[in-house]
Design a protein around this ligand. Sequence first.
Ligand code: SAH
Length: 249
Amino acid sequence: MSGSLSIAGLGPGDPALVTPEVQAALDAATDVIGYIPYVARVAPRPGLTLHPSDNRVEVDRARHALELAAKGAQVVVVSSGDPGVFAMAAAVFEALEDAPQWYDLDIRVLPGITAMLAAAARAGAPLGHDFCAINLSDNLKPRAVIERRVRLAAEADFAMAFYNPRSKSRPEGFARVLQILRETCAPGRLITFARAVSTPEERLTTVTLAEATPEMADMRTVVLVGNSATRRVGPFVYTPRRADAGVTG
Ligand code: SAH
């Protein structure tokens, strides 16, 4: 049997949010590769080798996966959420760029439910109109790029989802992002801090921009910033489907 490589999203945490397609790939796998806590979500069984690794070596991990698939293994690389959202799919293609001998391998990307969509569903519909997703980690891009994107997205009145909002190594980065929002948006702008969505530790808090503090986010939180029309309805937060011309605030 020839090898294959699937790059699969495990969803935000709840096993009920793993797609049947991803489950079938895991059931057929001989090897599962990924960051330690994600591999820990895959049930061990005879015939399956788990390869947990540290997060900082994504391209090495991708190369390892490609090598195993080239030797005939049925390999699944796992990410949390969706593998194409700040995760392993792009890392595999980065590794593939340098390795034309692997271009004809059977490679597929299997989507998953990404954190912002799981969080938005819990909150109501805060991403109900145009929105963007911004990774606040400065591992792979300069802070100036992050700040420019946040400012321009706020000026364009996008709702926003922030991934990796706050790292232990650079806690001041998220404080700076809140400051940029305060310069561009009205103090009543709604912000939802959604932590560990769909796990037993899940916690959602919605506050105004005036009330938001950097400590409300950690690395298990996705932050949803509404647009200027985002409002509360009963216990929910939603963004109407229409936008007036030129709104900001
Ligand atoms: N590929 C993943 C994102 C990886 S980046 C996805 O599509 O969801 C890691 C960041 O995702 C975390 O810092 C956090 O911002 C967010 N995240 C992942 N799982 C989450 C969850 N269950 N609840 C809230 N945020 C989550």
